[in-house]
Write a protein that binds this ligand. Structure first.
Ligand SMILES: Cc1cc2nc3c(=O)[nH]c(=O)nc-3n(C[C@H](O)[C@H](O)[C@H](O)COP(=O)(O)OP(=O)(O)OC[C@H]3O[C@@H](n4cnc5c(N)ncnc54)[C@H](O)[C@@H]3O)c2cc1C
Length: 443
């Protein structure tokens, strides 16, 4: 069924990025919007909502505060509405539980009338004669299709767990991605041996959780990484200034080749392990080793797992210690793969191919203000798949709010959010640094 209405903006996906946009747009009721998500309700990485895990950014990186602290969908207002202000006040922490961030976002999603769940965007076509997009939406419960029309789109389809081919096609409850950790935690409790592969934050959190329960469930626990060490994330205050609007602006100006090179050198800003998680793990290992107890835990660095074979209900991992150039096999009953996430660029984007500019690596070209470079006058704003254009902070929750300010300014055609050139202490751009110092010694 085709609706006659033409929305000003239709959002694909309701993760924190589009939810923040929807929340900020409530201050501009003149813009008619609808945001759609295939899930039955808002749920933020449910397989990793482990008790005790915390947001890796301060609570101020909620959906709205960094754009407009007076917006009613702030985290503090959520606490007030839930009568939790005093416990939070006495908690005296900036890093809130991940489960609480999810609950906060669910509260916002339930409040917003323009957010609809159980609706999957299946296709988008550009209608040249009416200058709008025709969006095919499937009701996930009934299977019914409807067509919605909109002037502009905003893509917030997030990421999908990335599982190397060698780990695919095996029983899911035995060989699974960290994204499904809580789903299969009970399976782990019954296993004789478990091996975690990879050494990012998610792998470390899964390992820590398994280590906590190891004494009770008695499994053998192993952790294998190709990295030279269980490296900690760069988390110092001056390092994290790279997750600032200033750095994004600086980064954007480079050529694509230079951006790819810079991005590849910044792995520890997002790929390593939080130092508090490493401390927890070390403390647990120490605790488990007292009284001469047999530890039954193996940590192996410098080792790539290149393949998995099923063998009599167990799994044989083909391993290669790359520094010693030594191959070996390792047997385990459960494998947890912590190999990260990749951008989710829905296949319907390819149908718009003729209107979008793609690079030779299959990535779309993105303008500085987060619009795809298109040959039609109707915009597609993007949150997902923009690390190549906007750098290491593209998936950061705090920077998403800055991005939403830019998108709203563009959508409304006026600067409703003031943009500041200088937001952090350090300079990235040499000209800026020079302009501050110029003339000081000659004056
Ligand atoms: C476990 C984990 C923890 C993280 N913790 C932090 C942190 O502490 N701090 C930080 O700064 N960053 C963190 N990140 C990174 C980042 O903030 C998150 O990935 C964040 O969820 C990104 O938000 P999003 O809106 O892009 O996408 P997502 O949260 O992935 O949401 C995308 C949504 O789009 C929907 N969707 C996709 N395709 C369609 C379609 N065709 N039709 C309808 N709906 C669709 C999906 O159902 C999904 O709900 C974390 C990432 C992970 C994986």
């Amino acid at each position: 069924m085709m609706e006659n209405k033409v929305y000003d903006l239709l959002g694909v996906g309701i993760g924190p990025f589009n939810l923040g946009l929807a929340a900020l747009l409530t201050d501009y009721p003149e813009v008619e919007t609808v945001f759609l998500d295939q899930k039955p309700s808002f749920d933020w990485h449910p397989g990793m909502l482990i008790v005790g895990t915390r947001l890796q950014v301060p609570f101020m990186a909620d959906l709205v505060t960094l754009a407009n602290p007076t917006n009613k969908y702030s985290f503090l207002n959520y606490l007030a509405e839930k009568n939790r202000l005093y416990p939070f006040y006495f908690l005296q922490r900036l890093d809130i539980p991940r489960r609480e961030y999810n609950d906060y976002c669910q509260w916002v999603a339930n409040e917003l009338e323009n957010c609809q769940f159980g609706k999957r965007v299946e296709n988008v076509e550009y209608n040249e004669s009416d200058s709008n997009y025709v969006v095919t939406v499937k009701d996930v419960n009934s299977g019914n299709l409807e067509e919605l029309r909109c002037k502009h789109l905003v893509l917030g389809a997030g990421t999908t767990p990335s599982m190397p081919k060698s780990f695919q096609g095996l029983p899911k409850e035995d060989v699974f991605h960290t994204a499904d950790f809580l789903k299969y935690q009970d399976r782990c409790r019954k296993a004789k041996s478990i091996t975690v592969v990879g050494s990012g934050q998610s792998a470390a959190e899964a390992f820590r959780e398994l280590l906590k329960e190891r004494m009770e469930h008695k499994y053998q626990l192993n952790w294998i990484t190709r990295s030279r060490s269980f490296l900690s994330m760069e988390e110092s205050k001056l390092s994290v200034e790279q997750f600032s609007p200033d750095y994004v602006k600086y980064f954007y100006k480079f050529s694509q080749e230079e951006k790819d090179r810079i991005f590849a050198s910044q792995g520890l800003l997002y790929k390593g392990i939080s130092s508090h998680t490493i401390t927890d793990i070390y403390n647990l290992l120490y605790e488990h080793s007292v009284c001469g107890e047999e530890l039954n835990v193996g940590l192996q660095v410098l080792t790539e797992v290149s393949g998995v074979k099923e063998k009599d209900g167990k799994y044989e991992l083909q391993c290669h210690q790359w520094q010693q150039k030594k191959d070996f096999t390792h047997e385990t009953e459960v494998v947890i793969v912590g190999t990260g996430y990749r951008p989710n660029v829905p296949s319907f984007m390819k149908n718009l191919g003729e209107h979008i500019q793609w690079d030779d690596k299959g990535r779309y070209k993105v303008e500085e203000d987060y619009r795809l470079t298109l040959n039609v006058p109707n915009e597609i704003y993007v949150h997902s798949g923009i690390s190549h254009s906007h750098g290491v902070g593209s998936t950061n929750l705090g920077l998403a709010v800055h991005r939403n300010k830019i998108i709203i300014n563009h959508l409304l055609g006026k600067e409703v959010f003031e943009m500041h050139d200088k937001n952090v202490f350090q300079n990235f751009d040499a000209d800026k640094f020079n302009s501050i110092n110029k003339g000081i010694l000659t004056d």
